[in-house]
Design a protein around this ligand. Sequence first.
Ligand code: UDP
Ligand code: MG
Length: 314
Amino acid sequence: MSKKISIIVSVYNEEEVLFEFYRETIKVLLLIENPYEIIFVNDGSVDGSRGILFNIAKDDENVRVVHFSRNFGHEAAMIAGIDNASGDYLICMDADLQHPPTLLPEMVRKFESGYDIINMVRTVNKSAGIIKNITSSMFYKVINRLSDIHLVINASDFFGISKRVADVLRSNYREKTRFLRGYVQNVGFNTTNIEYEAGKRFAGKSKYSIKKLFRFSMNTIMTFSNLPLKLGIYAGGMAAFLAIIMMIYTIVSFIRVGTPSGYATTICLICFMFSVLFFIVGIIGEYLGIILSEIKDRPIYIVEEKLNFNKKEL
Ligand code: UDP
Ligand code: MG
């Protein structure tokens, strides 16, 4: 029997694109001829997305919907999709058609030839400005340098994983501060990349603000690397070195001129030492926050309602 495909789509206020996404994706899925399901995870949308999803699910029993009780974020939505998928080939996509459904057949071919993880790598991102493109590639370089995993540069939230990878993600990797793309590449198994050109958003606005992206990058670096914590040792060493030089300078100038070195030097040193100190305290605080959220063990997401899940499996 041919394998079942699960398409996982996170949705947050996407009323302008949802139906178009569904139409385009269905067109391609029907050509592939494998059994399929499309799981829309509605991440607490406050526009008409809910109603549109209700209508799509009413007419198509292969469409399943998971409604969150509020907005939990894109990562949580993808995790919920993976948790609820019953297919052999799972594919995560955005709802805005930036991830072209026309690439699905190629992904399925890769699965059939034995790959477990398919990273879709952006060559160009048309809708992102120069700044977003530069900061995004900088982010990958930093995280690769700091952590012990190697992320494929410009891997996107468009990726395919086999059932056995999904099982690993379901049972392990339940951390509260998440970076799914990183986990996927951390699991191992046979991995391949497909390059693609990210198109423009079909309609609507990007839901990722600069602030959200910054938060996201900080969290990722800290969940995958402990190196910033060790910064304290280097900074402490450097500051001690500087302090010794200053001490020697003070003693020498005291012997030669008879007065200790001046007020300005003292202020400079104090400012320098305090900024190093607060920087390190800040980093420790970030890690503490991550540990705290793990200990609190609150749910990654809360489901309010599910549609079409009790239907008999194909
Ligand atoms: N998204 C989500 N929850 C959020 C923000 C975004 O589920 O809190 C979804 C959104 O509906 C879209 C995908 O995540 O399907 C990517 O978001 P977006 O296109 O805004 O990001 P960009 O492509 O600009 O990075
Ligand atoms: Mg987008």
